[in-house]
Design a protein around this ligand. Structure first.
Ligand SMILES: Cc1cc2nc3c(=O)[nH]c(=O)nc-3n(C[C@H](O)[C@H](O)[C@H](O)COP(=O)(O)OP(=O)(O)OC[C@H]3O[C@@H](n4cnc5c(N)ncnc54)[C@H](O)[C@@H]3O)c2cc1C
Length: 405
């Protein structure tokens, strides 16, 4: 089997590594000349950690990354409201791991480049796709302005939020909503631990809400804050020192911190109407988008490609027929709708819309977090709910055939 993966971002690379383990050859086509290094994902939940282990990259990710301690919701003056307390002795093997996306990408690419089943082709923008009963193809624009076709048995669209694969299937239809907000993701050296902050902090405030988390062992912090959606990128950059001084503890002025990057993002909750059309599959941001609070975007995408790999491996080995791809579409859409969309929307509304003075009573989730500070059984149940997004597609393998392999 030969699988075309459109997009050599994190989801495409992880999918290729998972397929390669089963001897499936992949060609990754990416429009860019190299990895995307914008400040985006950094936190990967337990459900994604399992998949990273399966892909053979977790040791490297853990070597460069960190496992965070407490996560606390706070008022704008820093007063803690409730915390998910981390006990290193109670951590399971899949503990959330933190590593900036560009560093994760480098690890994934290194593994893909040394794997003979994976071929990564940069500067290969896919402009359309096509399929018939026996094959599928990507139409790639070449450097001389012409187009050429790359053929395969299946094609997986892992080409991100503006996915051409999705547009070739459904045009501009991407059902869902765009929040009336913009989030500014900044990377900064400013030691928030000095002010009693934990490894992950969510500040509840109607205007100056933000998330601050340590994201590297060298002390780099991610501060993602809400900003007036009518501001242009230039106005956002001009306003950043004012926002920092007003909202961060210590009211820092520009000389007090080292700003590394600033990235404005519009935020969405959207899900494609199908994740499968014939030989074409969608996964991760190409298939669905969520706001970044709670780190569920790529976590959900990584779980997608873990499931998609199980389906394609089952097909290759003759353990499943093509109906397993319909299961992929049905289950992953349902997990997005019932878990990822609900939880991530709640995470955003908690920081941006709740009254911090009454949040413990008004917000059921925060009330539970407060209770979990002393109730170990409740905390255990909460930890297990991290796997609600998972689904084992090998359960659809035909067991009689499996035992003969
Ligand atoms: C501020 C912010 C913070 C976030 N934090 C987290 C977090 O902590 N945890 C988390 O899980 N998620 C987080 N996310 C979400 C996460 O970054 C995305 O879900 C993730 O990057 C999506 O990965 P992907 O592989 O699907 O797409 P992308 O990373 O967008 O990669 C898509 C790839 O496809 C290529 N491509 C695009 N179009 C074409 C084409 N036509 N032809 C060929 N190639 C193409 C691109 O060049 C790119 O390499 C965050 C997002 C933001 C904005």
């Amino acid at each position: 089997m030969h699988v075309i993966v459109v997009g050599a971002g994190p989801s495409g690379l992880i999918l290729a590594l998972l397929l390669a383990k089963a001897g499936i050859k992949t060609t990754l086509l990416d429009a860019a000349s190299t990895l995307d290094d914008r400040p985006r994902a950094a936190h990967y939940g337990p459900s994604a950690i399992r998949v990273l282990r399966e892909a053979g990259v977790l040791d490297d990710v853990r070597k460069d990354g960190l496992i965070p301690g407490n996560m606390t919701w706070r008022k704008i003056d820093g007063t803690p409201i409730a915390s998910i307390l981390d006990d290193p002795k109670e951590r399971g093997p899949d503990g959330m791991t933190v590593l900036p996306l560009n560093m994760l990408g480098e690890i994934l690419l290194k593994h893909a480049e040394k794997n003979e089943n994976c071929t990564v082709k940069w500067n290969h923008p896919v402009v359309d796709i096509g399929q018939d009963s026996s094959s599928v193809w990507a139409v790639v624009r070449t450097s001389d302005g012409k187009t050429s076709k790359v053929f395969g048995d299946y094609l997986c669209g892992c080409d991100g939020a503006n996915s051409q694969v999705r547009k070739s299937l459904f045009g501009n239809s991407f059902p869902g909503k765009t929040w009336d907000a913009q989030i500014i993701a900044t990377n900064v050296y400013y030691d928030l631990k000095k002010f009693g902050f934990d490894d992950i902090n969510n500040i509840i405030h109607h205007e100056d809400y933000y998330m601050a988390a340590i994201i590297t062992n060298s002390g780099l912090w991610r501060v993602s804050y809400g900003e007036d959606p009518s501001l242009t990128p230039e106005q956002v950059i001009a306003n950043q020192p004012i926002k920092y001084e007003r909202m961060l503890p210590g009211n820092p002025k520009p000389g007090d911190y080292k700003l590394v990057s600033v990235g404005p993002y519009r935020i969405h909750q959207r899900c494609a109407e199908k994740f499968r059309v014939g030989r074409v599959l969608l996964a991760a941001d190409a298939a669905h988008l969520v706001n970044p609070f709670g780190g569920l975007g790529l976590t959900g995408g990584i779980v997608d490609v873990g499931g998609l790999a199980e389906c394609l491996v089952g097909l290759t080995k003759g353990l499943a027929d093509e109906s397993i791809l319909d299961r992929y579409c049905e289950v992953r859409r349902q997990k997005w709708r019932d878990v990822i969309d609900v939880v991530s929307s709640g995470n955003f509304e908690r920081v941006a819309r709740r009254n911090p003075e009454t949040a413990l009573v008004d917000d059921e989730f925060l009330g539970m977090v407060k209770k979990m500070e002393t109730d170990k059984e409740l905390k255990k149940a909460f930890d297990e709910s991290n796997y609600d997004v998972c689904h084992d597609f090998t359960q659809y393998y035909q067991k009689s055939k499996e035992s003969k392999l």
